[in-house]
Design a protein around this ligand. Structure first.
Ligand SMILES: *Cc1c(COP(=O)(O)O)cnc(C)c1O
Length: 359
């Protein structure tokens, strides 16, 4: 069956067609074993090979230093909002959070339930998150500094990350593996898989092993990152099918030039779309500062809410789906994650020109 739509969903998001076709081909009989990978023991040989390859692909694609552990966890990125402070915001410490959107806001709210937090910077101007703050007000001796590398709802993204004395922690849920990053800047980074890496149900975590050694040991064992690090994420049953699909997505990334290849693809898509917005004479407009524009989630609005609605409806009818802005901010949002092809963005750009000309 042809997939003639272009999927601009913000998450869960589109997966590469080749990855889905492979999963379909292997679904009933994984490599001659007579069963699906979903039906294999997580302690058996067949799954073990998939699990280990997912770890080694993470290491090779991202250039993860040997001094870091690679974890595959459950609970979503939202679970990490709680478990990071549970592990690292120990008594008497303060954690700094840079608030650049809804997700950072949720992250600090969870941390507040655990210990003392401070806002070290904000991307808000008036009512909206439109920028990435340059200067930060950091707490000396902070437990860590938390940033959100890409703001899925606000449509902003870090180009370069702040240099901090305290351990830097990043939520990379919506731009993980979309471009090369120097992992060694971070003591911990995490990402729910369902935007760039696979289906929902698994969170990728990279954590510096020496920092892990300082984490709390009084919290329940299941919530300690070290529990999972010590057992290569096989302490309990991992989300095996999600990890299998993530492994296949990572192979696909490798076949498409790795993270350098993804960065090129993603820059070309974002350039095409921002160019269409900028060339529309204000018909399509965004208040995101140009320097903070996200390559993953492009947000804009039309001259009225009625036009926003008409735009989404007509686009959907034309096979361009998932363009409705997040309910918190309205307007239009196109998510251009790794799996979205340039040709799909070109279809959107043509649609935008036609829609404007008809008005
Ligand atoms: C989607 C998203 C989340 C939430 O992820 P869940 O897996 O649903 O908990 C957190 N942070 C960012 C930046 C996101 O884009």
């Amino acid at each position: 069956m042809a997939r003639d739509i272009v999927n601009f969903n913000a998450g869960p998001a589109g997966l590469p067609t080749a990855v889905l076709e492979r999963a379909q081909a292997e679904l009933m009989d994984f490599q001659g074993t007579g069963m699906s990978i979903m039906e294999h023991s997580h302690r058996g040989k067949a799954y073990d090979a998939v699990h280990n390859e997912a770890m080694s692909l993470t290491r090779s694609l991202m250039g993860v230093p040997d001094s870091y552990d690679v974890l595959f966890l459950q609970g979503g990125a939202s679970g990490m909002f709680a478990t990071i402070p549970m592990n690292f915001l120990t008594a008497g410490k303060v954690a700094d959070y840079v608030i650049t959107g809804t997700w950072s806001q949720k992250a600090i709210e969870e941390a507040q339930r655990i210990g003392e937090v401070r806002v070290a910077g904000t991307g808000k101007v008036g009512e909206r998150f439109v920028r990435i703050p340059e200067a930060l007000d950091l707490t000396p001796g902070a437990a860590y500094v938390h940033v959100t590398s890409n703001n899925t709802i606000a449509g902003t993204q870090y180009r370069a990350f702040p240099k901090t004395e305290a351990p830097l922690v990043a939520d990379m849920s919506s731009d993980i593996m979309s471009r090369p990053v120097d992992v060694s800047q971070f003591s911990l980074l995490y990402a729910g898989a369902q935007k760039n890496l696979g289906p929902s149900g698994v969170v990728l975590v990279l954590v510096r092993r020496d920092w892990l050694a300082q984490a709390s040991t009084t919290i329940p064992k299941i919530f300690r990152f070290k529990t999972h690090a010590d057992k290569q994420s096989l302490y309990h049953t991992p989300p095996t099918f999600a990890i299998y699909l993530m492994r296949n997505v990572m192979q696909w990334i490798g076949e498409h030039g790795g993270l350098e290849g993804m960065a090129k693809r993603n820059a070309a898509k974002a350039e095409a779309l921002y160019a269409a917005i900028d060339a529309s004479g204000g018909f399509y407009a965004s208040d995101v500062e140009v320097a903070a524009r996200s390559e993953m989630n492009v947000v804009w609005r039309l001259p009225s809410e009625d036009l926003d609605k008409a735009f989404v409806a007509e686009a959907t009818a034309a096979g361009l789906v998932g363009l409705k802005g997040h309910r918190d901010v309205g307007g239009i949002r196109a998510s251009l994650y790794n799996a979205v092809e340039l040709a799909g963005v070109e279809r959107l750009v043509t649609f935008m020109k036609d829609f404007k000309n008809k008005r």
